[in-house]
Design a protein around this ligand. Structure first.
Ligand code: ADP
Ligand code: MG
Length: 230
């Protein structure tokens, strides 16, 4: 009886997730289709810059939704694990977002533990976590702000591990947002997917770690990731 109940609960969650994904994917597809229809009906076969950018960004959106879905669906794969240097991921990701940050007048800096130990994990997944958090930090700053990234080696309850902090002085979160953090499709952005943090929580949890969030409205946000070495 109990088992049956659990199963139907699970199916309910899966159903909710699936319809959410379907909805999120259909929105950009509808936009793209609309523009293509318009294009077909006009004699002037020139796609102007404005439409061109919207179509591209909507395609990117579908892609990132599918990417998140795949991450959630994929179980932890032992054979994908290697010894990963988190400092490299942090530096690479900040570099990746360099021009986006510059456009918004956001400065970045980092303080990395030079003797940070490697962790045994899936590098691609950890990259995805850092990318999601830095992207959110940039989006939380409307203009002129600062993002600080740091790493340190720690031992918690006799388990060796690392701590990564990603701090921004952006808009911060309301209590409601904090409470809903990590629920699928919860977003306060007009073009958000509300999947980034859910993916982050899932990846870090699977790696045996945890994520802590500290945020204050109009002050900023700190994401603190704890990861055991193995
Ligand atoms: P999305 O970025 O698509 O909205 P996320 O799961 O990445 O989805 O984030 C969910 C919500 O959490 C965001 O819409 C935003 O309200 C809040 N959030 C996440 N990171 C930050 C941050 N660094 N500062 C302020 N709010 C944030
Ligand atoms: Mg996000």
């Amino acid at each position: 009886m109990e088992k049956e109940l659990l199963r139907s609960e699970k199916l309910k969650v899966i159903g909710k997730l699936a319809s959410g994904f379907a909805h999120e994917i259909r929105n950009p597809l509808t936009t793209i289709r609309g523009f293509m229809q318009l294009y077909k009906e006009t004699d002037d076969k020139k796609v102007d810059n404005y439409h061109y950018h919207i179509i591209l960004s909507e395609i990117d959106r579908v892609n990132s939704i599918v990417e998140d879905l795949l991450t959630i669906a994929k179980p932890d794969r032992e054979k994908e694990k290697t010894n990963v240097q988190m400092n490299d991921i942090l530096v690479d990701t900040l570099y990746l977002f360099h021009s986006q940050a510059k456009t918004k007048n956001i400065t970045t800096n980092y303080k990395l533990d030079p003797s940070l130990p490697h962790i045994y994990a899936e590098e691609k997944k950890l990259k995805q976590v850092v990318m999601n958090l830095i992207k959110n930090a940039i989006e939380a700053i409307h203009e002129n702000g600062h993002i600080h990234v740091s790493s340190e080696s720690v031992t918690e309850k006799e388990v060796q591990g690392i701590i990564v902090r990603i701090e921004d002085n952006g808009e911060g979160m309301t209590q409601e947002t904090l409470d809903k953090l990590g629920s699928p499709f919860y977003t306060t952005k007009k073009d958000g997917t509300g999947l980034g943090l859910m993916t982050c929580f899932q990846i870090i949890e699977e790696a045996g770690g945890s994520i802590q969030v500290d945020s204050e409205q109009r002050k900023g946000t700190v994401f603190k990731i704890w990861l055991p070495l193995r």
